[in-house]
Design a protein around this ligand. Structure first.
Ligand code: NAP
Ligand code: MG
Length: 403
């Protein structure tokens, strides 16, 4: 078989620890033998971030803006212990945070569903994607412990000097107080990202909030979504046979539990925090969960939802053969390759990504699994990561009639 040609590179962001080891293995076993892989490589491994004073992370973010598609390996977000372990110049911020704020994106998380791992919710047949707004609300909240009696007011001083005032509460005794905000431009980019993502995966979009109680605040979110739908996205959704609808959070959770899955669920920041963990736990495992950051300019960064799997890495350094699950990292690559193929009009590349995903699922269906999911499936003898990759490669080769 001739290797599949690419025209535009993918931004490749290497990472840390166990996932860095898997990264190499995935490229060697599953990508390089089949594709004439074109990437622009950025080493976001912690040592290299330190050597470059984290400039490499910003360079990678700019490269994604330019090339539109990136794939990212999990990276260490340093804490005090890591500063010592890696003898760092400073405690660098999370690369994901840096890249997210450069691209102004929304994160979409989707479980990888197989017949061998039954979701805890019996009716779920297809994955549910949670789209979480990642700016503002309580994450940018300002709060007080109210010490005793007094008047709490909401005061806004406008640019022209006029002052708006509203009583929040007249405290007769001690209590608590919090101010939160969001911005129209951030809500709009969140909504654009959700509409475009739903169209790109061909699924319905749900948005839920609580505008019956929070008439102005959540009401604004609802208005922005409704307005963009009516003025821009409605014809595209109708053409694709898809629907958008808004409902209240409590109604949405009830519907989600009765649904078959197969839709995108957009949520405000805190609601998304809760629901993405509920969805991932109920579908099985973080090692079977993909994550993609989508910007309003339609740049995409694909990654695994899990971290660098430090505990496995330390055991690997001691000589243990790892049985770490590479699925989410492989699916980060397939997501990026499929998107690259779509943007560049290279059908073979997109087709390769789909064949690779099918080969992964078929290995699992056949009972070839790493330890984490073998435990969930029950009664399956686990294999190590490399054997798992070889089982996938064999199925991929079969799909191209290479045997
Ligand atoms: P983690 O790497 O997600 O691992 C937590 C535990 O989950 C592992 O010890 C393992 O459980 C299980 N697990 C996760 N992924 C797995 C996989 N692919 N296969 C098998 N088991 C898997 O989270 P963490 O240990 O809290 O964080 C480690 C480092 O990752 C930290 O330095 C953190 O900063 C970083 N991190 C990065 C990202 C990112 O780049 N997106 C996200 C989160 C965390 P068992 O040990 O029980 O087998
Ligand atoms: Mg959380």
């Amino acid at each position: 078989m001739d290797k599949i040609r690419m025209t535009t590179p993918i931004v490749e962001m290497d990472g840390d620890e166990m996932t860095r080891i898997l990264w190499r293995m995935i490229k060697d076993e599953l990508l390089l033998p089949f594709i004439d892989l074109k990437t622009e490589y950025y080493d976001l491994g912690l040592s290299h971030r330190d050597e470059t004073d984290d400039v490499v992370t910003f360079d990678a973010g700019h490269a994604v803006s330019r090339l539109k598609v990136g794939v990212k390996c999990a990276t260490i977000t340093p804490n005090r212990a890591r500063v010592e372990e890696y003898n760092l110049k400073t405690m660098y911020p999370s690369p994901n945070g840096t890249i997210r704020s450069m691209l102004d994106g929304t994160t979409f998380r989707t479980p990888i569903v197989t017949g061998r791992l039954q979701p805890n919710v019996r009716t779920w047949k297809k994955p549910i994607t949670v789209a979480r707004h990642s700016y503002g609300d309580i994450y940018k909240g300002v709060e007080y412990r109210v010490p005793g009696p007094g008047l709490a007011e909401l005061v806004f001083t406008a640019g022209d000097g006029s002052v708006w005032r509203k009583t929040i509460h007249e405290f007769a005794g001690p209590g608590v107080l919090q101010g939160v905000h969001n911005r129209d431009d951030s809500i709009e980019s969140f909504a654009h990202a959700c509409f475009r993502y739903a169209l790109s995966v061909g699924q319905d979009l749900w948005f839920s909030a609580k505008d019956t109680i929070s008439k102005q605040y959540d009401g604004r979110f609802r208005e922005v979504f409704d307005a963009l739908y009516q003025t821009q996205y409605r014809p595209l959704f109708e053409q694709a046979g898809l629907t958008y609808f808004y409902t209240l959070n409590d109604d949405a959770v009830a519907r989600v539990m009765r649904s078959e899955g197969g839709f995108v669920w957009a949520l405000k920041n805190y609601d998304g925090d809760l629901m993405s963990d509920m969805i991932s736990a109920a579908f099985g495992s973080l090692a079977m969960m993909t994550s993609v950051l989508v910007s309003p300019q339609e740049c995409y960064v694909f990654e695994a939802a899990h971290g660098t799997v430090t505990r496995h890495y330390y055991r690997y350094l001691k000589g243990e053969t790892p049985s770490t699950n590479p699925m989410a990292t492989i699916f980060a690559w397939t997501g990026a390759l499929a998107k690259r193929g779509e943007l560049d009009g290279i059908a073979e590349l997109t087709d390769f990504a789909h064949r690779l995903e099918a080969a992964c699922l078929s290995a699992i269906e056949d009972g070839v699994m790493t330890r984490d999911i073998a435990l969930l499936a029950g009664g399956v003898e686990p294999v190590d990561s490399l054997s798992f990759l070889k089982a996938i490669r064999q199925r991929l080769e079969c799909s191209y009639n290479l045997h």
